[in-house]
Design a protein around this ligand. Structure first.
Ligand SMILES: [Mg+2]
Length: 401
């Protein structure tokens, strides 16, 4: 069996609600792109994958990698991964962009192997640890959190640059102790280690499942300071590429939860190694899903179905409806859990006509919004390092209600 062709499918996807995208009114062209990859073989079997991250740029990388794979046996997944990775050496490895490209191709190879062997990808990864995968969704208000709970969710994440402490306190008061809560501080450049420590200490009383990126994980010394000063479990990993990107977070004991993005961490070939390294350090796995399209989410479910240290999957319950329309089979989510699919391979295909009907326009947006009043772009004081610090009290603000 030989690979004959690799094709990319790029599309514009709308924004999920309850995110900075929607808060900034970026429901259309400023929102996400999804990049799908198909690997074709001379046996007539095709594999499907997805690359998240920066899809318009990653697409170029996918097409540039194709020639090192055409003519190769798609079943030799590890060998082909190393072949791609070695090709990247000359480009400086290229972080999540290069790993994003490898991810989509690698995912498609696992899909092909599953189809050839007539078995789901989770079976190739070691078999089922669980029949369903717990998921959490996002809420910035008590009303939106209650709506999720009514639909069966038992875990909810909040956060952002304004009032994260207030949001956590309000959600805990409204939802009680049976709902798991998480906070994402997004590790911004203006949040110092002392401020992050003060925030995390205040959050301890609300017992979050984890606090995500209290400072940028690239700032290892600052992350260490936060780690040593608070008892809240810490999470990070969405910005890191591959096994080596996750290694220091895990081995240095900086996180309790590692959050590889299944669309850009290097594919299932890397994810299972990250999970094994995490297992050796008693770290659990909660894949990032902020920019994921539906194919990478499928891969995440297969992955979490098979590993022992799966904690939970990030998911936008209130997502753009096209997320379901682009696939032949939408994931089934019941009571806050995703049912593990049992069709061969990943178990899905994309509707190519739907992709073609949503051409990519652009895929860059301002990383922060003024939705919560802590940052106002377009002013003479616009500077991500300084303006949010002038509104530092927003971090610690507590409502009087
Ligand atoms: Mg995050």
């Amino acid at each position: 069996m030989k690979i004959t062709e690799i094709r990319s499918f790029l599309m514009q996807a709308g924004a999920p609600t309850e995110t900075a995208w929607s808060a900034a009114g970026m429901s259309g062209a400023g929102a996400r792109n999804w990049l799908f990859v198909k690997v074709y073989t001379d046996a007539g079997v095709t594999g499907l994958g997805e690359c998240s991250g920066w899809p318009r740029v990653v697409e170029t990388a996918v097409n540039d990698l194709a020639h090192v794979l055409i003519g190769q046996d798609p079943r030799d997944i590890e060998r082909l991964w190393q072949r791609m990775h070695t090709t990247m050496m000359g480009h400086g490895q290229t972080g999540v962009v290069g790993h994003g490209a490898m991810t989509g191709i690698d995912m498609a190879l696992w899909d092909i192997k599953g189809k050839v062997l007539d078995t789901p990808v989770w079976n190739l990864l070691g078999g089922k640890m669980r029949e369903r995968v717990r998921a959490y969704s996002h809420a910035s208000t008590v009303a939106s959190a209650q709506s999720l709970v009514e639909r069966g969710y038992t875990a909810i994440k909040t956060g952002g640059i304004a009032n994260p402490l207030d949001k956590l306190a309000d959600l805990r008061a409204a939802l009680g102790d049976e709902i798991d809560l998480m906070v994402d501080l997004h590790g911004p450049p203006w949040l110092s280690a002392p401020d992050a420590i003060a925030l995390c200490r205040e959050m301890e009383q609300f017992h979050p499942l984890f606090v995500e990126e209290p400072v940028a994980p690239e700032a290892a010394a600052a992350f260490r300071r936060v780690r040593d000063a608070t008892s809240v479990p810490l999470a990070a990993g969405e910005r890191q590429a591959g096994l080596f990107g996750a290694r220091s977070l895990i081995e240095d004991g900086l996180v309790d939860v590692i959050q590889p993005d299944t669309g850009r961490a290097g594919g299932l070939t890397q994810l299972r190694k990250i999970a094994a390294l995490a297992e050796a350090h008693f770290v659990s796995v909660a894949p990032h899903g902020g920019t994921l399209g539906p194919v990478a989410e499928y891969a995440a479910v297969h992955f979490l179905a098979a590993i022992p240290n799966a904690l939970i999957l990030e998911r936008f319950e209130d997502d753009w409806p096209g997320k379901h329309a682009v696939l032949t089979h939408a994931l089934e989510c019941r009571d806050g859990h995703i049912v593990v699919p049992d069709r061969p391979g990943l178990g899905i295909d994309i509707i190519e006509e739907f992709v073609a009907a949503h051409p990519s326009q652009r895929n860059c947006r301002l990383a922060i919004s003024d939705g919560a009043g802590a940052y106002t772009p377009g002013t003479e004081e616009e500077a991500v390092y300084f303006q949010p610090r002038q509104g530092r009290h927003h971090y610690f603000k507590r409502s009087t209600k």
